[in-house]
Design a binder for this molecule. Structure first.
Ligand SMILES: Cc1cc2nc3c(=O)[nH]c(=O)nc-3n(C[C@H](O)[C@H](O)[C@H](O)COP(=O)(O)OP(=O)(O)OC[C@H]3O[C@@H](n4cnc5c(N)ncnc54)[C@H](O)[C@@H]3O)c2cc1C
Length: 461
């Protein structure tokens, strides 16, 4: 049996972040990786999706340039094969960069290719080989959820985020099932690239927004670009000519179905039952999100595998916390988590930061919402005055707690506001800072002023 001090399972963002820290301590480790190198982010996630969105937005805005007086836009077309080649060129560049900086520099005996699973709390099996590790980091990521029957029925008409970037060219008609962040980003991109997109979502909200007015505004904005059906689950079928999406009595014929119904942590094949701790209904062991430690074991779970905050910068942070605590074990430190921040790279952008609205006690907060329409000069001249900003503050202290933005440049404004939340700034303090003119930040000032007035009337004196 091979014995090591550290075993890292998964060479994604978690695993590679943890590896950097552990390599500084010792060469007594193994990195176990199943499947392709290069991380989900670079291969099939953040980066290829943003390359596709970039192309789609270029085409969309070029076609709309007639509104500002540009001539000759009516005949513009887009070469889908060239778009997808460019997406893969960037993807390959990012993957190559990651591999060159990490895996390709590792000695061969430090890397094991295969699926790891626990046979005991300290013991893993990979390809029949037993590995005893004093400390173990689980960074196995997640995968798209696709009902088994859909996979069977749809066959080659099924698309997921794992396969969509491989398309040589684009289907004429696509149904996107599931309009969370990934579905909405890819759905809008496909639509802007000229694909006939129909979106389906089982809940009443898009992109995971939780403040009802923000969610309604996003539905309004997105529906102006492609058909969106909410509040009902759908089923799928195929015949010789097309795929069919059934929603109640209605049937929609398409050429492919992009299934973006969420992602599930890759923990089901890990043998976690052999850790001898109680697993929840989803098979997840108890873990502390400030230490990433599983129960009181020398085992740490991080990134999408934990399902706690399945986004990239959190995977990096969690990989670091897990590695520092694996190194320090049995002295495990709580490392406070950063202010939550989530962004959908759509237009208008959608973002949340800080506490989620539905987790707050309505009796203890003040809420202000500001409609961008006709109220922000810069948004109006850009012809992008569609959106809503909602902020939540603590009634007693006046501290900004969180918010949701549906507006152009939401990605940047949500960052600034998340930083204010993390600095525990009050609404009044944020208003003391400069706001230039004419900028979208003035919309933030407007909603802050509304919130401040409510706080003065009802809350802080
Ligand atoms: C389409 C898409 C767009 C996204 N866009 C964004 C974005 O814009 N911004 C953002 O913040 N986040 C985005 N994300 C999410 C982000 O990509 C993930 O949160 C992040 O990559 C997760 O990193 P990780 O290290 O947890 O997992 P991964 O990078 O997936 O690494 C896990 C690795 O473990 C391997 N593995 C699995 N099981 C085993 C096993 N038993 N043994 C050994 N190895 C195993 C896997 O094959 C994989 O290589 C996006 C995701 C998708 C799919």
């Amino acid at each position: 049996m091979r014995k090591v001090r550290y075993a890292i399972i998964g060479a994604g963002t978690v695993g590679l972040t943890a590896l950097d820290i552990i390599k500084e301590q010792t060469d007594d480790y193994v990195l176990i990786q199943l499947g392709e190198w290069g991380t989900t982010c670079a291969r099939v996630g953040c980066m290829p999706s943003k390359a596709m969105i970039h192309a789609a937005n270029h085409f969309f805005h070029a076609k709309g340039a007639g509104a500002v007086g540009v001539k000759g836009v009516a005949g513009l077309t887009i070469d889908h094969a060239a778009v997808m080649q460019r997406v893969r060129r960037f993807r390959d560049r990012f993957v190559k960069g990651i591999n060159a900086g990490t895996v390709e520099t590792l000695p061969a005996d430090k890397v094991i290719l295969g699926a790891a699973h626990f046979v005991a709390p300290h013991r893993l099996e990979v390809n029949g080989e037993l590995i005893e590790a004093e400390r173990i980091i689980i960074g196995t990521g997640s995968r798209p959820v696709v009902p088994a029957t859909w996979r069977e029925k749809l066959g080659k008409r099924l698309l997921t985020s794992d396969t969509v970037f491989e398309l040589e060219t684009l289907p004429r008609r696509v149904a996107v099932v599931g309009l969370g962040v990934i579905g909405l980003e890819l759905g809008q991109a496909l639509s802007r690239l000229g694909v006939d997109v129909i979106g389906f979502e089982a809940s009443d909200t898009l992109s995971g927004l939780r403040y009802p007015e923000a969610s309604a505004k996003l539905v309004e904005c997105m529906s102006s670009e492609f058909a969106i059906y909410l509040n009902q689950s759908v089923d799928v079928d195929v015949d010789a000519h097309c795929a069919k999406v059934r929603r109640g009595d209605a049937i929609f014929e398409v050429d492919a179905v992009l299934v973006t119904m969420g992602r599930t942590p890759n923990i089901d094949q890990l043998g976690l039952e052999n850790l001898n701790v109680a697993l929840n209904d989803l098979g997840m062991p108890p873990f502390n999100p400030e230490t990433m430690q599983v129960a009181d074991l020398p085992v740490f779970i991080a990134g999408d595998a934990s399902g706690y905050r399945p986004i990239l910068h959190e995977a990096g942070d969690e990989g670091k916390i897990a590695a520092l605590n694996a190194v320090g074990f049995p002295h495990v430190q709580s490392i406070p988590r950063k202010t939550p921040l989530g962004i959908s790279f759509i237009e208008p952008g959608a973002a949340y930061f800080g506490d989620r609205f539905d987790a707050l006690d309505p009796a203890k907060i003040e809420v202000a919402a500001f409609d961008l329409h006709c109220n922000n000069g810069r948004a109006i001249v850009m012809d992008q005055d569609h959106g809503l900003l909602c902020l939540f503050a603590d009634s007693a202290s006046g501290q900004l707690l969180g918010g949701e933005l549906v507006m152009p440049q939401a990605e940047h404004l949500a960052h600034l506001l998340a930083w204010c939340v993390q600095q525990r700034m009050t609404v009044a303090q944020i208003l003391q800072m400069p706001f230039y003119h004419p900028v979208l930040e003035e919309a933030v000032a407007s909603v802050l002023k509304q919130l401040n007035a409510k706080l003065k009337t009802d809350g802080v004196s």
